[in-house]
Design a protein around this ligand. Structure first.
Ligand code: G3P
Length: 294
């Protein structure tokens, strides 16, 4: 059990309440949870239904998603449960917002996840005006994080931005650099956006996130279990992160950019190939649970 709780809030990245409970017993707490369509599709009960020949209608899938987050909601602390809207590359902001409004009523501690796209940012801008908490997901660039900052300025609630570390590593770029760059850029800001390091694949990602003092980190249960079985190490003063791929190759640094946080969000170039690919992957995983006609 963790007696010296880190400053960084720890969230479970998953879609299975039993897993969240297991981690909670192991650490003594879980600050929050993030979910997404891929993680929900992997939920054991949904998988069991599919294995027994029962694919879901989109309404059934939504009902399952609601039940899962309702069970998780009371297990976690004040970092809340992030629920992701269903969006493909053509989904308009109005549609995302309508879903966000509904999902926000599911539990008292919801954060609504929108992608870092033009439509997602528009939905976020409208959401924060009605005090819907948001978590901007699939963030792969400093420009996207700058746009999140300016689109949600004035939000009464903290806004989360989720840089995806592991997926940048997967293509040879140092994902931890992106987290570091966003933290540096936000030093010039008003603190309303909190950095939530995501796509954490191993202990070094977790320790680097702690060392960068990110406000939150979301971590798969298996990485938290590894952390616990290694006696919950924390980075010391001399900690230095060795950016390396899964096969040990060095990763390419991502240089810091000077961006002006007073610009309008529409003026940033927010396109990123990995954001589009990420959306397509979520859509494919979501559809894999659905009946053909759903
Ligand atoms: O938190 C984001 C996460 O669910 C994506 O992780 O490992 O699929 O890149 P991964």
């Amino acid at each position: 059990m963790l007696t010296n709780k880190p400053k960084t809030k720890i969230l479970v990245d998953g879609g299975d309440p039993d897993e969240t409970l297991r981690v909670k017993k192991l650490l003594g707490f879980v600050d929050g949870q993030t979910t997404n369509p891929s993680l929900i599709a992997k939920n054991p009960e949904i998988q069991q239904q599919i294995a027994s020949g029962h694919s879901l209608t989109s309404q059934e899938e939504k009902d399952e998603y609601r039940k899962i987050v309702q069970t998780i909601s009371s297990l976690v602390g004040d970092a809340g449960v992030s629920i992701e809207v269903f969006a493909d590359l053509d989904t308009r902001a109005e549609d995302m917002l309508a879903q966000g409004e509904e999902m926000f009523t599911w539990i008292p501690n919801a954060y609504i996840k929108y992608p870092c796209t033009h439509e997602g940012l528009k939905a976020a801008e409208l959401s924060v005006r009605q005090q819907i908490r948001v978590n901007m997901t699939l963030c792969f660039s400093q420009e996207q994080a700058a746009a999140v900052y300016t689109a949600t300025k004035g939000s009464k609630e903290p806004v989360y931005v989720s840089p995806f570390v592991g997926r940048l590593d997967d293509r040879g770029e140092d994902g931890i650099d992106l987290v570091k760059n966003i933290k540096t850029m936000y030093r010039h800001g008003d603190g309303h956006v909190h950095v939530l390091a995501a796509s954490i694949r191993h202990l070094d990602h977790l320790l680097a996130s702690f060392a960068l003092d990110v406000e939150l980190v979301t971590v798969p249960a298996k990485v938290l279990e590894k952390w616990a079985s290694s006696n919950l190490p924390m980075p010391d003063r001399d900690f230095s992160y060795k950016a390396a791929s899964a096969s040990g190759e060095p990763l390419k640094p991502i240089p810091y950019k000077e961006l002006d946080l007073n610009q309008s969000w529409q003026s940033f170039d927010i396109t990123h190939e990995l954001t589009a690919k990420g959306i397509q992957k979520f859509v494919a995983d979501y559809r894999s649970t659905l009946k053909r006609s759903a």
